[in-house]
Design a protein around this ligand. Sequence first.
Ligand SMILES: [Zn+2]
Length: 297
Amino acid sequence: MSCRHCGSGQLERLGICAFGERDSTLLRCRQCDLTQRQPIPDETALAAMYADTSPDAMDYAIAEHPAWSDARSLLGARAVGAALRVLDIGCHTGAFLAALPGHWRRFGIESATAACAVARSRQVEIIAPRLQSVDADWCGQFDAVTAFDVLEHLPDPALALRSAARLLKPGGVMIVSTGDIDRWTFRALRGAHWYWQTEQHISAVSRRFLALAGRDSGLVLSQFRTIAHRRAPLGLRLHEAMQVCYWYCRLRRGVWRAPQRLLQALPTLRHLRHAQLPAWTMTLKDHCLAVLEPVSR
Ligand SMILES: [Zn+2]
């Protein structure tokens, strides 16, 4: 087996994805640092997974979504009154773009038919169904290119960064958010993390990978923030953190059975003894918001 970004054979095994239900292994490349599920479906099967995505699937309120609200603040600070041209890759229904100032120009890349219709009703111009099919005329046309929860769906996130970098104007900015494989929940649960329970998640990045991939695309990683996927009250975050601790103990067995029993004696965690897989703990800080900017020449 070799890394599907750099071709290196130096791959660290992080376990079977979601306990082997889908028969794939999680690997981390020691050379380029890309974490990757192997094997993955072919291009046609991957594209087919997204065509029928429901318009309701990702239509969050911006206040609940730290990546969106942080990105909006970052772009607002750069705009200083100007009307930016913003392209959102995987814009879905255009919920993020719709939350930007009304005089800005909104563009999207999206393949799900029903979601595109909603995005157009929000004054989003859909320029292509997929990043690979964007016409060359769009190169150098955007002040900002965003991609929220997109990189984990791609066989090689570095290729996407390269394609997206060409679309930026000089002095433009790229903002991406995705899972950060170096955060504690990913390190604790490895292949058992909820991220790997969906077949659509096939890659995970780190700060090091983004810095290297950005450099290869003429971009410098200028900011890297740790964020949660969803904003939630402290009580829910603590509950989810305890669930991760429970699964950490359960997966290790041996001496870890004692703390596992203590945790599952708690009324709020008692149900976990019958659970087959870790829950989707999306309120913990295990994602990143990365800002990449063209290297000035
Ligand atoms: Zn590699």
